[in-house]
Design a protein around this ligand. Sequence first.
Ligand SMILES: Cc1cc2nc3c(=O)[nH]c(=O)nc-3n(C[C@H](O)[C@H](O)[C@H](O)COP(=O)(O)OP(=O)(O)OC[C@H]3O[C@@H](n4cnc5c(N)ncnc54)[C@H](O)[C@@H]3O)c2cc1C
Length: 529
Amino acid sequence: MPTDFHDVIVAGAGPVGLFLACELRLAGVSVLVLETMREPRSPLKELPFGLRGLTIPTVESLDRRDLLNALKASATSRDMSAAAHWLGQERRPGGHFAGIPFFHDQIDGAQWPHRLPGPIGSVATDMASIEAVLARRAGLLGAVIRRGCGVETFDPSDAGVTVRAGGETFTGHWLVGCDGGRSTVRKAADIGFAGTDPEFTGYSAQVVLDDPAALRPGRHYTPAGMYTYAVSGMLAMVDFDGGAFHRTEPTRTHVETVLRRISGADVTVAALVRATTWTDRACQATDYRRGRVLLAGDAAHVHAPLGGQGLNLGLGDAMNLGWKLAATIRGDGPGDLLDSYARERHPVAAQVLDWSRAQVALMRPSPSSRALEAIVRDLVGTRDGATYFAERVWGTGLRHDLGGPDPQVGRNVPDFELADGSRANEHLRAGRGLLLDFEANDALRLLAGRWGDRIAYVAQDCRERLGMTSLLIRPDGVIAWASRTTPDPEEAARTATRWFGEPDPPGSLTRRGGPTGSVWRRGWDSNPR
Ligand SMILES: Cc1cc2nc3c(=O)[nH]c(=O)nc-3n(C[C@H](O)[C@H](O)[C@H](O)COP(=O)(O)OP(=O)(O)OC[C@H]3O[C@@H](n4cnc5c(N)ncnc54)[C@H](O)[C@@H]3O)c2cc1C
């Protein structure tokens, strides 16, 4: 076996590739990340262009890996649950749908009985901070990151994948394409990318206007499109040109022409500091896996950045895929575990794509769209309406279909405050499964022990149980099994086998290593398809 052999080669050191690398290393498999760009820094990743909103599932995932504090510590991050930012504003905005805002004071948290009461913890940050925090963690965990080494081609076989990148050859058991919307890996794997063509070119631009008073601040629908303008000089425009201008370098005169047409105002752009374009093309990979090649993040799905969900979606992919791929490589997971990645994540992305298409329908410069907008605005203004839109935008309704009757199964575990002062999320930081037992049931303790270090066991009561007595939680924080009465250990054991594979043989010493250890394997060639 060549010395540069890695369990997993990840194409792309964007946020998704880096987070996946962290997850894989945490689970003890070796990772090489290959990235085209030599230099991670870019003005488009910094504020104001790089601004990104992280939704609740993402914030919870980062907390489960002790990455949230590092991110919040970065100078540009803002905790959106902290009221301080909204002092002086009449109402605290919670998000929007096609520019129609909803507000925190409208949200009826009682409609989310699966969540603990408390502030909604979304975070605003920028791409540069996210990538820096994740790259640092990936490096500390032992992932190798090669920059200036973009994947050109690869050659899959039954045993692994040979990758050509930056004029060199690398080999691994698996290749994961986290190489963005124009993914080389997806194309080379001949995986389809199905969806809808763009209707518009979107512009984000930082401008200096001759007369700033000539343009009304705020968001405006006009007969020619939509624009938002902030007095800071940040401009966003949507021009329904069928996406014709996307990927062309916007000049000052071009931005001025589009702005005049859309706004109807006689404005002069004195200087264009920076500009970038995007579209509402909404496409999704027809499969997330072909043999030993997998896709995650924008490589698997693209859509308009309206309401900002793409990054959250991609980080969710990484959290879902990492532990499953690692268990498959180690050989201690069930044989079909990896199939559940696409089964769970494909529908989540499909919903987000439709969410962005619905917003586009509302934004079209047509009388019927304006009429529709007025109706949706009325609905968003109601308590039930605002709660519905918040649930979709914040991701509080996220639930993977794992089967089983309990409404909590398939959701992210609430961050229970345990009697010893610890929190549920802290017990997931090692990236293992967790059997959380509020009633210290002996049968459950014995059961968890049968899976060795694959499942940690914590017996602690907690402040608010949400009606449960015990839960089995996957390494990604998703509840796999929950009991609300005296638990049935057989039922729990069946669920443990489903997600963690067969229990350890009696008397065996399992050492799967950790980020610094070597991987215990039953056979790394398991599960090719
Ligand atoms: C204007 C705008 C605003 C947005 N706002 C939000 C928001 O608020 N919230 C949100 O959730 N999302 C938002 N998004 C979407 C979000 O930025 C993306 O979904 C996210 O960056 C996807 O991450 P990724 O790692 O999958 O891909 P990318 O960030 O595209 O990273 C891919 C990486 O792969 C590298 N690469 C490409 N080809 C190769 C190759 N052949 N070999 C090796 N490396 C390669 C690239 O250089 C890059 O570093 C926004 C997008 C835009 C355009």
